[in-house]
Design a protein around this ligand. Structure first.
Ligand SMILES: NC(=O)c1ccc[n+]([C@@H]2O[C@H](COP(=O)([O-])OP(=O)(O)OC[C@H]3O[C@@H](n4cnc5c(N)ncnc54)[C@H](O)[C@@H]3O)[C@@H](O)[C@H]2O)c1
Length: 338
């Protein structure tokens, strides 16, 4: 018995990296899988259908429990065909996991409109495309559904990735919108902010050089079977896809190695109120005084993965064999469980 017996899942970008691990785990948990992958290079150029085909064959050589396609998620009609393929092959669609992604890193002052558009098209438009087609089917089927979208800590201000940061922040907004719009149909929408050594990490010069110097291997080669293995992201996705997570809706989870973090969501933390339209003079006086601590430094930090890994040993609570919990009390979130 698997947690996803009888379910049908579409996983985009499932030919490599994190998506491949997700497709394989969802299949092991009992789901029938549509493996989508364009088979492009990291910058989104090129295409290779064998990338998706290979993962589908690994899952089920007979093709009975796994089929594949190489449509681009950025193609609206192509995304519709992926969802239709699930229905044609397996009779329905229950789960959509949007993992497909590319990078075209450049500082804002050097970025071309093409570099901007290509990244927004794959990540943000691509996620909209599959969510749109799946939402139509979820409503028709009347049996609920799961949207699990891939964002990134880069959304919080990665300096060299204005296109990617904007697209990944957009995916958070899209996910929360879907969560609010579709809950009445029994559909949940949540987002994952992952960290794992894939070819995306191989492309970061500092990470690549450090790994090559240490072992002669790329970060992705070094990571196999370690905490940095992209397959480690898959379990939280399988959980969110399962019936056990029916009430988990509109949340952001960080998945770094063996760490699963629940992200806080933006809240108003301080307010100034006037009984008239503010004058600029009043604001010049009061904004720095009221918000001084928060304004003293730029609080946007895309590096929370490192912070999560760096939590001191004595701050953890043992909650099971090899299992630990750390939490911070951040108003207005509730009391600690442990
Ligand atoms: N690896 C990390 O640490 C990390 C960190 C934050 C976010 N992410 C996000 O996680 C997701 C997976 O990243 P990864 O590291 O496994 O990358 P990856 O490059 O290993 O895999 C991405 C896959 O998406 C496919 N793809 C690209 N464009 C496509 C398109 N238009 N249509 C269909 N498929 C397409 C590629 O062919 C590739 O196989 C991405 O959305 C990425 O932005 C990854």
């Amino acid at each position: 018995m698997g947690t996803l017996d009888g379910k049908v899942a579409l996983v985009t970008g499932a030919g490599r990296g994190i998506g491949r691990g997700i497709a394989r785990l969802l299949a092991r948990e009992g789901a029938a899988i549509v493996v989508n992958d364009l088979g492009s290079s990291l910058d989104g150029t090129g295409a290779d259908v064998s990338v998706a085909e290979q993962v589908a064959r690994e899952i089920d050589p007979s093709g009975e429990r796994a089929v594949f396609n190489s449509h681009s998620v950025s193609d609206f009609d192509g995304a519709g065909k992926m969802v239709q393929q699930a229905i044609d092959e397996f009779g329905k669609i229950d789960i959509v996991v949007n993992v497909a992604g590319i990078l075209r890193d450049r500082m804002i002052f050097n970025m071309t409109p093409e570099e901007w558009q290509a990244v927004v098209d794959v990540h943000l438009k691509g996620t909209f495309n599959t969510c749109h087609w799946a939402a139509i089917r979820f409503r028709e089927q009347g049996t609920g559904g799961r949207l699990i979208n891939f964002s990134s800590s880069s959304a919080f201000g990665a300096a060299g990735q204005p296109n990617y940061a904007a697209a990944k922040a957009g995916i958070i907004g899209l996910t929360l919108s879907c969560a609010n719009a579709l809950s009445r149909y029994g559909v949940t929408a949540n987002a994952i902010l992952p960290g794992a050594a894939t070819r995306m990490i191989d492309s970061i010069p500092r990470a690549r050089e450090a790994a090559l110097a240490e072992s002669g291997k790329l970060p992705s080669e070094q990571a196999v079977g370690t905490e940095r293995d992209p397959d480690n992201v898959a379990p939280i996705v399988a959980y969110l896809a399962s019936d056990a997570a029916a009430e988990v809706n509109g949340h952001l989870f960080a998945a770094y190695g063996y760490n699963i973090g629940l992200m806080s969501q933006p809240k108003i933390i301080k307010t100034l109120r006037a009984d008239h339209r503010w004058t600029v003079e009043e604001l010049c006086d009061l904004v720095p005084r009221a918000f001084a601590a928060e304004l003293a430094e730029n609080q946007n930090d895309p590096g929370f993965g490192e912070k999560m890994r760096g939590i001191a040993d004595d701050l953890w609570v043992e909650v099971g064999s090899g299992l630990r919990f750390w939490g911070t009390k951040l108003e207005p979130y509730g009391e600690q469980v442990w």
